[in-house]
Write a protein that binds this ligand. Sequence first.
Ligand SMILES: C[S@@+](CC[C@H](N)C(=O)[O-])C[C@H]1O[C@@H](n2cnc3c(N)ncnc32)[C@H](O)[C@@H]1O
Length: 261
Amino acid sequence: MTGDWTPDSYLDFAAPRLRPAVDLLARIPLAAPDAIVDLGCGTGTATGLLAARWPAAQLTGVDASPAMLEAARAEGPAGVHWLRADIAAWAADAAGPAVDLIFSNAALHWLDDHGTLLPTLLRRLRPGGVLAVQMPANHTEPSHTALFDLARDRRWADRLRPLCRTAPVWTPAEYHRLLAPLTGGGLDIWQTQYLHVLEGPDPVARWTDSTIVRPLAAALTPDEAADLRAAYAAAQRAAYPPEADGRTLFPFRRLFLVARP
Ligand SMILES: C[S@@+](CC[C@H](N)C(=O)[O-])C[C@H]1O[C@@H](n2cnc3c(N)ncnc32)[C@H](O)[C@@H]1O
């Protein structure tokens, strides 16, 4: 991972970022799971939803970012085992304890090779267990493509192009083909396009600064990073101009899957 996450700027948009976790949680068909893991738990905001719905469950929050885990320990729900680990390594740990629910909100798109990762995660479930995942699927929209275009600039293409995750999330049909043979207990895949209504200057650039822009800016000198951010903000102002009332409409697509072996 290039550069650590920045919990404060990620939490700038806490409410709209949490909404997909709420929508995912509503589709999980479990009454009383004993053991739950939240993969890529970040600051523990979505972990708090899990703790509120299943207060008797043993909860583990897994994340690779020291800064996000520190925020989770300070502000997340009590009684959670916060574990610093890579998600792919956790998934592949065949000796690790099996769990009833693997939940992951806005994290698995940072990992490659979903064809290996998702079946490996299914194998970490107890009988009757559920894998519930939400991932942003906006990478063909200007919020993302403008950044990939800027990364091609000769000033920094050699450093930034390898960091561009241009197609991290598959189509719903591709996930269905992968998972249907492995999920006799049920498979539900859907997409939602949220219409975020954002306030203040450069809201789309501020939204993505703590996510997709962060690793690219961290690979540049401070002057280059400032130039990248300025050019990206200008592109976002053009792609998502403010409405007459000054607010900015930001459509954002996300993919959900709930899978039961
Ligand atoms: C966009 S945040 C989402 C945080 C949280 N799930 C939420 O809904 O607020 C993505 C999180 O995934 C974590 N992450 C990304 N790749 C990871 C990996 N390979 N292993 C562990 N954590 C990872 C990041 O550190 C970050 O905290």
